[in-house]
Design a protein around this ligand. Structure first.
Ligand SMILES: C[S@@+](CC[C@H](N)C(=O)[O-])C[C@H]1O[C@@H](n2cnc3c(N)ncnc32)[C@H](O)[C@@H]1O
Length: 198
């Protein structure tokens, strides 16, 4: 596997900050999928933290988020990004203070964490039109490869979450073979959220 040194976890500039400033609050698909409503902010575990973008969005809306990342490289990038956000002070530091990062495999860690809500966003199946896959996602794939144990991760999440499991998946992809049907879906332009009430 090649390491891509251009990949950066940046919570302060670029797309993440743009979404922070101009995103649609709790009306966005992800917060809706994890059950964030006015007055309702369950504790979340992001079992596949990656660059922390989904976790940062949820934390920016007030959620306490535990992030789990097993790749050494991705974990180090995330730690750097969180440190920079804390050093920046103000709103970014406040959001980062709601994010707790763990290094390890969520399949091993989830059972002892008693989660309420688990978000799972594994590396998605390769698309035929690979140009459509965003550059960052391609770079993450170069680092972590494909997550071949994603069914096992989701089954672990389903067995441990007391409220719901949310699977982020390409909008038009078939459901993962072997997985029970979800309770409902929130379908966006390129990704959908399959919600499993537990
Ligand atoms: C598609 S990326 C997630 C992107 C993330 N949602 C974001 O907003 O940046 C998938 C990440 O999950 C991690 N991952 C996959 N399976 C995991 C597991 N069982 N435990 C911990 N991390 C896992 C991979 O190493 C990779 O960094």
């Amino acid at each position: 596997m090649t390491q891509n040194h251009t990949l950066k976890c940046d919570f302060i500039g670029g797309a993440v900050n743009h979404r922070l400033l101009y995103g649609g609050g709790r009306g966005q698909d992800l917060p809706k999928a994890v059950g964030m409503k006015a007055g309702k902010t369950p504790h979340m575990i992001d079992a596949t933290a990656g660059l922390g973008r989904d976790a940062f969005l949820l934390a920016s809306l007030g959620a306490q988020v535990t992030l789990i990342e097993r790749s050494d490289v991705m974990h180090a990038l995330l730690q750097d990004g969180l440190n920079a956000a804390r050093d920046a002070g103000g709103l970014h530091a406040e959001i980062a203070s709601r994010m707790t990062l763990f290094h390890g495999d969520a399949i091993d860690l989830l059972p002892s964490m008693n989660p309420e809500v688990v978000l799972v966003d594994p590396m998605h199946p390769a698309r035929q039109k690979s140009a459509l896959v965003k550059a960052d996602l391609r770079a993450i794939r170069d680092i972590v490869g494909t997550d071949d144990d994603q069914l096992s991760l989701i089954q672990t999440a389903l067995a441990t979450a007391s409220k719901r499991v949310v699977l982020k998946w390409p909008a038009k992809a078939a459901p993962l073979a072997g997985l029970k049907p979800c309770s409902h879906q929130i379908i966006g332009k390129s990704v959908r959220f399959d919600v499993f009430m537990t």
